[in-house]
Design a protein around this ligand. Structure first.
Ligand code: MCA
Ligand code: AMP
Length: 507
């Protein structure tokens, strides 16, 4: 069986990962992740405390090498969200960067410290240093066996689960999408084809490492190609400029990041030059407004390539690197992906007319296998073997897909994060000052959509402040799920059945 990361198996002496000042070559990553893989081998499932650090990348690669399913956890998860993920995925161990404190919600799984040679020494170490011991006394350096480094574990079968990534629905807590190894290889290799992605590419990004975009595309993608990734830790235009001006060839971002780049271009000639020199600029996770596409192209002469994906399906379509760029579209189906548009009636739309709207349904090796512990939700997500994305689109005569909206108004995309209105409403309703709550998304130039909470307070004379409610949601769920605006009402608009009419709230 061919390995998931050929350059790692070959212990190539080329840079693989760079986070701030910390760098690992493939050979070093094979040593560090290989040693960690030996320590976690046999575990049923592991969590990784997914800070935007080198340690996280090493922890995830170790899990993949060991064939142990990895659950990446948002380190900013609030109490309730964390409790749900831990109870649902029941990890036996939690991998965390040495020295980093874990919240009480992660006290049950056995802690395993991630120690890498790069972070141990604070910078690139000289080779051949003595083996060191981790906090639990297990060797953390090169897993050597006398004559040389120990071989990496054998490649697990393609259907073996690789990652479990949590994703929000309209109601209820997030669901864990089980992603098998073949979904990762199928999707990453289809992107190699669409983007002419090679070992010479150096990717720069600043995406979080607990979602598909930042982790699978942004870290595992370069590793599968044998290229390298430079992670900025946190997004800013200066970091993007610096890396694209010093050897990086590609940038991946969500539309909010491109919006911020577009805003900065007018006063930043170095940024203009950096973007103009990039081989490929890719946007995804939400629609990049045509206005931002145009501003970037006008200033830099470069077109941003959009690709369309989902946690459950990985990548479905993309504008190809060798194709015609077209702002406002997500390009054509990727190699191996079957895509159809389906009407409300269930009939498939045959037209390629740029105007008949249907739901995007997909089929192919890029798909997840199931929602963890949720056979009901898994079954409901498919029709005759086709996955129902909930995204509505039209198809141009040449096959380019144009997303025009989504079926569920209760799903909000803010900053590229998918957020369920119901989840936030449930948490708001538990606040002692809240009698009724409804959550909607409204257009936001920076975030795409911003979360709005409509609140009927228990005491109209002393309503809880917007800040207090935002902190409450951030503390229970996650900071990106907090309402950015709170509007107070005497009563929520309801129909004769008592159902809240969100459309009258201005959605
Ligand atoms: C603010 N903060 C708070 C609070 N308010 N913390 C606790 N309580 C509060 N009340 C903190 C935040 O944690 C954060 O900390 C900082 O203040 C700023 O937060 P925020 O305002 O939310 O940040 P932002 O400026 O709005 O972030 C914009 C962003 C971010 C950087 C673009 O939205 C982002 O990283 N988006 C990426 C989403 C993504 O990767 N989606 C992929 C999923 P600190 O600064 O320390 O963090 S979709 C996917 O995977 C599919 C497959 C696909 O197609 O790609
Ligand atoms: P998630 O479940 O967080 O993986 O988000 C998946 C959703 O993000 C999709 O169902 C789409 O609604 C949206 N999405 C991803 N990429 C794009 C894009 N390029 N344009 C428009 N929407 C996108």
């Amino acid at each position: 069986m061919t390995p998931l990361f050929p350059a790692l198996a070959a212990r190539a002496d080329r840079p693989a990962l760079q986070f701030g000042g910390h760098t690992l070559t493939y050979a070093e990553l094979a040593d560090d992740a290989g040693a960690l893989a030996l320590r976690i081998a046999g575990a049923r499932r592991i969590a990784v405390w997914a800070t935007p650090t080198l340690a996280t990348a090493v922890g995830v690669v170790a899990g993949l090498l060991a064939g142990v399913p990895v659950v990446p956890v948002n380190p900013k998860s609030g109490e309730r969200e964390l409790a749900h993920i831990v109870a649902d995925s029941a990890p036996e161990r939690v991998l965390v960067e040495a020295g980093v404190e874990l919240p009480p919600g992660l006290a049950a799984p056995e802690r395993v410290d991630i120690v890498t040679r790069a972070t141990r020494s604070g910078s690139l170490p000289e080779r051949g240093r003595e083996r060191e011991r981790g906090t639990d006394g297990v060797p953390t350096g090169s897993a050597t066996t006398g004559g040389g480094p120990a071989p990496l574990p054998p490649e697990p079968c393609p259907e073996a689960p690789a990652l479990i990534v949590y994703t929000s629905g309209t109601t209820g807590p997030p669901k864990g999408a089980v992603l098998p190894r073949r979904a990762l290889t199928a999707s990453l290799d289809a992107l190699e084809d669409a983007w002419q992605w090679t070992a010479d590419d150096v990717l720069v990004h600043a995406l979080p490492l607990f979602h598909v975009h930042g982790l699978i595309l942004g870290v595992l993608g370069p590793l599968r190609r044998g290229g390298s990734v430079r992670h900025l830790g946190r997004f800013d235009t200066a970091g993007v400029t610096r890396e694209l001006s010093s050897g990086a060839t590609m940038f991946f971002g969500v539309p909010t990041m491109y919006h911020r780049l577009a805003e900065a271009l007018a006063d930043d000639p170095a940024l203009v030059k950096a973007l103009a020199g990039a081989r490929l600029l890719v946007s995804g996770s939400a629609a990049l407004p045509v206005h931002d596409h145009r501003r970037i192209t006008t200033a830099t002469g470069r077109a941003v390539v959009e690709r369309y994906g989902m946690t459950e399906t990985l990548m479905n379509t993309s504008v190809r690197a060798d194709g015609e760029p077209r702002a406002g579209t997500v390009g054509v189906p990727l190699r191996g992906v079957e895509l159809r548009l389906v009407e409300e009636s269930g009939d498939s739309i045959e037209a390629y007319d740029g105007e008949t709207v249907g739901e995007i349904q997909v089929r192919g090796p890029n798909l997840f296998t199931a929602y963890l512990n949720r056979p009901d939700a898994t079954e409901a997500a498919f029709t005759d073997g086709w996955f129902r994305t909930g995204d509505m689109a039209v198809r141009d005569p040449d096959g380019y897909v144009r997303i025009v909206g989504r079926k569920a108004t209760d799903l909000i995309k803010s900053g590229g994060y998918k957020i369920g209105a119901g989840e936030i409403e449930n948490v708001l309703l538990e606040h002692p000052g809240v009698r009724e709550a409804a959550v909607t998304g409204e257009p936001d130039a920076d975030l795409g959509e911003r979360i709005v909470a409509w609140i009927v307070p228990r005491d109209a004379g002393a309503p809880p402040s917007a800040e207090e409610l935002a902190d409450h949601v951030a503390g229970q769920l996650a900071a990106h799920k907090r309402p950015r605006v709170v509007r107070y009402l005497d009563a929520l608009p309801r129909n004769d059945m008592g159902k809240i009419m969100k459309r009258s709230l201005g959605v």
